[in-house]
Design a protein around this ligand. Structure first.
Ligand code: TTP
Length: 215
């Protein structure tokens, strides 16, 4: 990819729950060239006093639509946030909320047809202009077993009920969306083996991001 020096670029770091996105973002935040936009998880665990993330896991049929509507909106706001740095790096994007989480809830019949249609229509509207444009997706591809281990060791209270089966499903959704063999996506994707050590993951992402930031 060739970029003029004044062109700003936006990268999304994607991957299953527990694949290590926050760790990679923390590491990239040490570069003075990158503006790091963390996932708005606080606004999901404390939405004017309600913990929507916990409500989702406790009763997905009741709260799946509300959670995904809110996730879509909060992520769209982060896409629209301007950056002073050459590279803006987002944890997740409106696209993984749509193509991984909404899709998975629908395939499991947790979202009803009408809820799925409404979420898709909002998604079309929110992504119809350039505000949600991505120049690169970094896909941290990890085995669902690795993700489960990391989720258990970080021990987020809302995520106690996450099963290996759920992570395998989400892994499939990420693969369908991002894997080079099956994807229809036009945004370039850098696939990083996220089962490696942290240092190897950092090395694989760093070189790429810094090359883009300085070219
Ligand atoms: P992730 O976005 O995967 O964030 P993470 O902190 O688990 O990432 P990592 O370990 O790689 O640093 O998920 C945060 C929580 O939000 C998780 O419980 C899944 C949930 N979630 C949804 O249910 N639907 C969504 O659309 C999104 C974006 C997240």
């Amino acid at each position: 990819m060739v970029l003029s020096s004044s062109k700003k670029i936006t990268i999304a770091v994607e991957g299953n729950i527990g694949s290590g996105k926050s760790t990679v973002l923390d590491h990239l935040s040490k570069s003075s060239l990158c503006d790091i936009i963390a996932e708005p998880i606080e606004s999901w665990t404390n939405l004017k006093g309600d913990n929507l993330l916990a409500m989702l896991y406790n009763d997905p049929h009741r709260w799946g639509f509300a959670f995904q509507a809110n996730a879509q909106m909060t992520l769209a706001k982060l896409h629209a946030q301007p950056s002073k740095f050459p590279v803006k790096i987002m944890e997740r994007s409106i696209y993984s909320a749509r193509y991984c989480f909404v899709e998975n809830l629908y395939q499991n019949k947790i979202l009803q047809n009408v809820e799925y249609t409404i979420l898709k229509d909002w998604f079309q509207l929110l992504t119809s202009n350039d505000a949600c444009h991505l120049d690169l997706i970094i896909y941290l591809r990890a085995n669902p077993e690795t993700c489960l281990e990391r989720i258990k060791s970080r021990n987020r209270p809302e995520e106690q009920s996450i099963t290996l089966d759920y992570l395998q499903q989400l892994h499939e959704r990420h693969e369908e969306w991002l894997s080079s063999e099956i994807r229809t996506l036009t945004t370039p994707v850098l696939i990083v083996d996220a089962d490696q050590t942290k240092d190897d993951v950092y090395a694989a992402t760093n070189t790429h991001v810094l090359n883009l930031a300085t070219c």
